[in-house]
Design a binder for this molecule. Structure first.
Ligand code: FES
Ligand SMILES: [Fe+2]
Length: 338
């Protein structure tokens, strides 16, 4: 499937890159000389060395392997291979970096490790139109927090997809929304989600419910009064507020460990204002996120213990059941292949 990896705005200049490790692969996503963003396996074509060891940065116009200095263009073409001119039959054209499928939706970059992936639009169908008003590609990153959580990645998706726990786990969030007021859209095979309105007097999700930034310019009157929560399988949690966007990408490290990259994005007009503040939104979500990660760790501990037997869901947990079906189908499909 397509995995959300980051934002095009974070790769502004040619050579800017980010790397991500997923499912036994390391992938480097890089902005080329002509503005194109491409993804490659982070593996040298000579003897396989990892090319790039940092999570983000800027290549100086080319990508050089740290072992024997094979050098690649930002488009992946092999430009130089020391001492290989005499190797019989060697042609640099045969050894570009191996590409990974890469596409974009409204400023979000996605990669796909499949050799022949279905179009990204099939996975997110319906969402580009639904979220066009938020103008996501115009928004700019203001803060990133990385969390390493001792839980399974699927429990993070499940936790995000229900608010039954909100009164117990989230005293602050529960002051902002009525926890049973979610209006969910029908789930698809690739995402689930919905929107929640605010309690009286609340304008956005911040430490005190006050909104300290203008609403995003494309929003209509209804969209200004809700928060959309979408889990886009398998690794993207998209939360849209009247005045900012929070994205969380999910990176399983092992069955019991998950890295979560949370980012807060705001409109550039607001960022440019002298009195721009954002800490109220970050603090709100950092606290709420940590509450979720802590209970997800406890959930994982219980589920992985010998005494666990699955229990029933309530009607408020329908999206969890739907996510289960997604996982079961994916696992079954994999079994069929092997
Ligand atoms: S392994 Fe990369 S140049 Fe030798
Ligand atoms: Fe929660």
């Amino acid at each position: 499937m397509w995995l959300a990896v980051g934002r095009a705005a974070e790769l502004e200049r040619p050579g800017a890159f980010l790397t991500r490790d997923i499912a036994g692969a390391s992938v480097v996503v890089v902005r080329g000389h002509h503005g194109r963003i491409q993804a490659f396996h982070n593996v040298c074509r000579h003897r396989g060395t990892r090319l790039c060891v940092t999570e983000a940065g800027t290549f100086p116009g080319s990508i050089q392997c740290p072992y024997h200095a094979w050098t690649y263009g930002l488009d992946g073409a092999l430009l130089a291979a020391p001492q290989m001119d005499d190797a019989p039959g060697f042609d640099k054209g045969d050894y570009p970096l191996r590409t990974v499928a890469c596409d974009r939706w409204d400023g979000h970059i996605f990669i796909n490790l499949s050799d022949a992936p279905a179009p990204l639009l099939e996975q997110i169908h319906g969402l580009p139109a639904r979220f066009a008003a938020w103008g996501m590609q115009d928004l700019r990153l203001v803060r990133r927090i990385q969390y390493d959580v001792a839980t399974n990645w699927k429990l993070v998706v499940q936790n995000y997809s229900e608010c039954l726990h909100c009164p117990v786990i989230h005293p602050l969030l529960n002051r902002m929304h009525h926890y049973l007021a979610a209006e969910n859209v029908p789930s698809t095979e690739t995402y689930c989600g919905g929107a929640m309105g605010f309690k009286d007097g609340v304008e956005t999700l911040s430490t005190d419910g006050k909104r300290r930034r203008a609403v995003l310019p494309g929003l209509g009157s209804r969209e200004r009064e809700l928060v959309s929560y979408f889990a886009i399988y398998p690794n993207f949690l998209l939360t849209l507020h009247p005045d900012y966007m929070m994205t969380i990408t999910i990176w399983p490290r092992s069955p019991g460990r998950t890295r979560l990259i949370a980012e807060w994005h705001f409109h550039p007009d607001e960022i440019a204002k002298p009195g721009f503040v954002f800490e109220d939104a970050i603090e709100f979500w950092d606290r709420t996120n940590r509450e979720d990660w802590a209970i997800s760790e406890q959930s994982y501990l219980g589920i992985s213990s010998r005494g666990y037997q699955p229990g029933p869901y309530s009607a408020r947990e329908q999206q969890l059941w739907e996510f289960d079906q997604f996982v079961l189908k994916a696992v079954k499909g994999h079994e069929d292949l092997t």
